[in-house]
Design a binder for this molecule. Sequence first.
Ligand SMILES: NC(=O)c1ccc[n+]([C@@H]2O[C@H](COP(=O)([O-])OP(=O)(O)OC[C@H]3O[C@@H](n4cnc5c(N)ncnc54)[C@H](OP(=O)(O)O)[C@@H]3O)[C@@H](O)[C@H]2O)c1
Length: 246
Amino acid sequence: MAMNEQQQLAVVTGANKGIGFETARQLGQKGITVLVGARDDAKARLAAEKLRKDGIDAHGVVIDVNDAASITRAAAQVERDYSLLDILINNAGVMLDDQKKKPSEQSLEVWRKTFDTNLFGLIATTQAFLPLLRKSDGGRIVNLSSILGSIHFHATPGSPIYDNKVAAYNVSKSAVNAFTVQLAYELKDTPMKVNAAHPGWVKTEMGGEGATMEISDGAKTSVALATVGPDGPNGAFLHMGETLPW
Ligand SMILES: NC(=O)c1ccc[n+]([C@@H]2O[C@H](COP(=O)([O-])OP(=O)(O)OC[C@H]3O[C@@H](n4cnc5c(N)ncnc54)[C@H](OP(=O)(O)O)[C@@H]3O)[C@@H](O)[C@H]2O)c1
């Protein structure tokens, strides 16, 4: 696909709805070409079509972060069509905990499935796209974390999330934070940057109706970190420009 030299390219996983879809829209409104990732081909196409109707250069791409073959195919497709990638938003995520259960009671199945998507899927996607991000003038990776991944806040009585012990989800996001720091070290002498984003408590299917933030605001942290300049952070954990404690 033809792009002029300055045109940037982003891949957003889990972009058929929620924060991912809105992130794709806001990146697109900045003139960035967006590949709208979804685990289902029809959902990917439909979401891209909706964005194109708003004048955004959007295309669907099938990425199931739990399916190595689909990730490999997506990366090969990007290499074939665009030869490099500027922005990867690791947005796909699940919250599977039985919220009536205590941390010690969540089933191992829930722990494993949660980690498969939120951590191992994110790592697999990053590994597949890293060679293409290295070809960009300044590759950016945004890992969707959560304030619920903050070990400091979980260990601090009175913190805003002290009583929110959704254990498998929370620990998977703590691990996403830890991975972000490891990768940031690897990238520190390159033009690339990787950061962890807390979008806020956002009115999506996952966030629920009690959430305090609109989706349009929930995408802002991802978009800001996707578009930081060369002096921007690397290996940070941020919400709307504010640093959160690990
Ligand atoms: N909403 C909040 O308040 C909040 C707060 C902090 C962090 N976050 C994080 O922000 C991210 C987006 O959340 P959201 O609120 O927009 O959730 P959402 O509305 O439930 O959307 C989640 C997205 O992830 C996709 N997904 C799930 N498993 C996948 C897989 N194996 N492969 C590819 N895509 C997959 C879903 O696809 P399907 O439609 O096919 O299921 C969907 O597109 C998540 O990482 C979440 O943990 C959200």
